[in-house]
Ligand binder design. Structure first.
Ligand SMILES: Cc1cc2nc3c(=O)[nH]c(=O)nc-3n(C[C@H](O)[C@H](O)[C@H](O)COP(=O)(O)OP(=O)(O)OC[C@H]3O[C@@H](n4cnc5c(N)ncnc54)[C@H](O)[C@@H]3O)c2cc1C
Length: 424
């Protein structure tokens, strides 16, 4: 049976960032397995390319701030464009909360301007409608846009150059756990996907073997090739609940579909002085966001009324006409006659407080989890990768304390949580 120091399930941006950080810490015996490294159903490949640090929970602000700093250092490689995030508010209470959180964000080193509607009109001539409903706005000039695929590729190439292996078409079929109680060594095979709450203590069980299946080879599929991991990391993104089930631990994450439309705007419809090719992120009051993407405008939105689930279909013209166009046209006359080019849909993995999960898996000594980063996985990736590598190599977080992201927070009642209301 093959043995590796660290086995990472999931080769999206998070799994790749972890592999990269491990190699940087001198651990080259790292294996990443993925069902489909091309990322057909990976959130990393379906991403909108935004990066901001204006979150409401300190750990999210700090991890995004550090990751954006890393993007800035490699701006050319990642096509990082610091064109800022403009956030428009219609709801007074929400705007008040944003101002309250600005104090925390400023303390953590961010530069955030507060704008009155008049200033929005002056500085962002594209926005020539709906200003009467706006109570205020924030603008964070250090935030920006980037190519998320280039980020994932960079992590992977660096990890591979340092010895890490990425195995495609492998999926986690089962997990063998060993009971570690004194005098007992019981091997438990879990193949059935079934949610169960674990009552084991932290040191209770260890992952003995991870049974993988190579999908394209029917013969291999019969004998379940297996890997014995020193440490095992669940970096399956929106698919992480399936692994929680195999480990017998409770999952709190749900997949939520987000759709993206590419919009064509006619040059002659633009107000004077607007360069659509340099449009940073704008978030309008109902939560639709937009920014320039090549010759088009990219607009993303999730319908809050839609039930959670593994849905990847794009609703096409119906989505554009009913959800995207009215919001865009409510913001600017430039969108009155815009066209729908195409679009796609992908999954946010959302937890009850809309923050990711990073830490040791309760009840399984050598298992670590890093998943469910809602709409934040790329912009947090460098800090998460480093943190998980530190947890494995040093036994604790070092560069940034990620312990507020430990899943055990959900065992406390919700009055202890900091809920990221603005998780887009
Ligand atoms: C439409 C959209 C827009 C977004 N916009 C932004 C944005 O602007 N900025 C930002 O930072 N974030 C954004 N996000 C969120 C971000 O993309 C995710 O948080 C991030 O990509 C998660 O990365 P991951 O590596 O955790 O998961 P994923 O990228 O989903 O990777 C998980 C991997 O696990 C593999 N896998 C699944 N099951 C198995 C199995 N059983 N065995 C082996 N492998 C398996 C999958 O093939 C996949 O490659 C957006 C997401 C979507 C959907």
């Amino acid at each position: 049976m093959e043995q590796v120091s660290v086995l990472i399930a999931g080769g999206g941006v998070v799994g790749s960032a972890i592999a990269c950080a491990l190699v940087e810490r001198g651990i080259s015996d790292v294996c990443v397995i993925d069902l489909d490294l091309a990322g057909t159903y990976a959130s990393s490949e379906l991403n909108a390319g935004g990066a901001r640090a204006t979150w409401w929970q300190e750990v999210n602000v700090a991890s995004c701030r550090d990751t954006i700093e890393f993007f800035r250092e490699h701006a050319e490689t990642f096509s990082f464009r610091p064109w800022g995030y403009l956030w428009l508010y219609e709801d007074r209470a929400l705007f008040g909360k944003a101002l309250e959180r600005r104090a925390l964000q400023t303390r953590l080193g961010l530069d955030i301007e507060v704008l009155e509607p008049r200033e929005v009109a002056e500085r962002f001539p594209l926005i020539d409608r709906g200003l009467e409903g706006i109570v205020g706005a924030t603008f964070s000039p250090g935030d920006g846009l980037l190519n998320p695929n280039a980020v994932r590729r960079w992590y992977r190439e660096r990890a591979e150059a340092g010895g890490a292996r990425f195995l495609n078409r492998h999926y986690v079929e089962g997990i063998e756990l060993v009971e570690q109680a004194p005098g007992r060594r019981r091997v438990e095979r879990v193949h059935v996907v079934e949610l169960a709450k674990s009552d084991a203590t932290d040191e209770g069980r260890t992952i003995e073997r991870v049974l993988t299946q190579h999908r394209v080879d029917p013969e291999l599929a019969l004998d379940h090739p297996s890997i014995r991991p020193g440490h095992f990391v669940n970096a399956l993104g929106a698919w992480s609940p399936l692994l929680d089930a195999k480990l017998g631990t409770r999952s709190v994450s749900v997949p939520v579909r987000r759709q993206i439309s590419m919009v064509d705007v006619r040059e002659r419809d633009l107000p004077a002085g607007v360069d659509l090719k340099r449009l940073g992120m704008i978030v309008e009051p109902s939560g639709l966001y937009l920014h320039s993407e090549g010759p088009y405008v990219l607009a993303g939105y999730s319908d809050p009324a839609e039930p959670s689930g593994y849905a990847f279909h794009y609703d096409g013209d119906a989505f554009f006409t009913e959800q995207v166009w009215p919001r865009l046209a409510g913001l600017s006359s430039a969108f009155e006659r815009c066209g729908h080019v195409r679009g796609w849909a992908g999954l946010y993995s959302v937890t009850p407080d809309c923050s990711g999960i990073v830490g040791r898996v309760a009840g399984v000594a050598n298992a670590i989890e890093a998943h469910s980063f809602t709409g934040r996985g790329v912009m947090q990736s460098r800090a998460i990768g480093r943190g998980v590598a530190e947890l494995i190599v040093d036994g604790r977080f070092g560069s940034l304390d990620l312990s507020p992201l430990d899943a055990r927070r959900f065992e406390r009642d919700r009055t202890h949580w900091v809920i990221e209301d603005l998780h887009i």
